[in-house]
Design a protein around this ligand. Structure first.
Ligand SMILES: Nc1ncnc2c1ncn2[C@@H]1O[C@H](COP(=O)(O)OP(=O)(O)O)[C@@H](O)[C@H]1O
Ligand SMILES: [Mg+2]
Length: 234
């Protein structure tokens, strides 16, 4: 059984059917990528899984439990956390305070996890007392990922971690994403620009207008003519 099994979900915004029967799986230990153009339904897929926009039909099983319709904070407790599109760090709080917020559901001492985040992102350690809103986009992205890690997720959801970020920092963030995975965290990540994502992942899905158009190994997707034209700028 896969760690995450999304089966035929339909998710709506009012009357708009944003997901028209999406199915996907993520095995424990994998990095899986979801690519697709703007408006394809990538964020809605992640928001369906994390409970922010629950599906109206279909099922989502995580670690053996049905989680469709479960409240978002309970889904975090079960082991899924998300770094949202656009980062959404708390701009007036410091780096350290933002990380504390990521551990808000936990009562235990989380200093070890904070050290782990600082080891992964030394730049955050250097800026520990800086207000998050004064940092660059790339640094805020590091913070958003670090904050998600503070909940000790089994599955980490990353929504466009490279969006609007200087290329050199994108490289560094992707190196760290692979490192997080090597340390045992399963990752489902979403990108519009697919180069780095297909490079880091083992498998991928292409989403188009709320449906899965293609599913394959990342290597095969990189070779695919349609994928190259639409998502790799070839
Ligand atoms: N809050 C919302 N209200 C209404 N429609 C929305 C909302 N969020 C997204 N949508 C629509 O749902 C579809 C999928 O959006 P989204 O999941 O954000 O796509 P992606 O992340 O792939 O760019 C789009 O047609 C978008 O316009
Ligand atoms: Mg999106």
């Amino acid at each position: 059984m896969a760690l995450l099994e999304v089966d035929d979900i339909h998710t709506y915004y009012g009357n708009i059917e944003a997901l028209k029967g999406v199915s996907l799986t993520v095995e424990e230990g994998e990095i899986v990528t979801l690519i697709g153009s703007n408006g394809a339904g990538k964020s809605t897929t992640l928001r369906s899984i994390s409970g922010l926009t629950p599906p109206r039909e279909g099922s989502i099983r995580f670690d053996g439990d049905d989680i469709a319709g479960v409240a978002p904070q309970d889904i975090v407790r079960k082991g899924i956390s998300q770094a949202p599109e656009g980062r959404h760090v708390f701009p007036r709080l410091t780096v350290r305070e933002n990380l504390d917020m990521g551990a808000y559901l936990r009562r235990d001492d989380h200093s070890e996890d904070m050290e782990r985040v600082y080891d992964l992102f030394p730049r955050l350690k250097e800026r520990e007392r800086q207000k998050a809103g004064t940092m660059s986009g790339g640094e805020q992205q590091m913070l958003a990922i670090g904050r998600a890690l503070m909940a000790q997720p089994k599955l980490l959801l990353l929504d466009e971690p490279s969006m609007g970020i200087a290329p050199i920092l994108v490289d560094r963030i992707y190196e760290t994403i692979k490192q997080i995975n090597q340390q045992g965290t399963t990752i489902l990540l979403v990108e519009q620009s697919a180069h780095h994502a297909l490079d880091a992942s083992q498998r991928g899905y292409v989403l188009a207008t709320g449906q899965v158009a293609l599913a394959d190994d990342s290597d095969a997707l990189r070779q695919n003519e349609d994928v190259r034209k639409a998502y790799l700028g070839a």
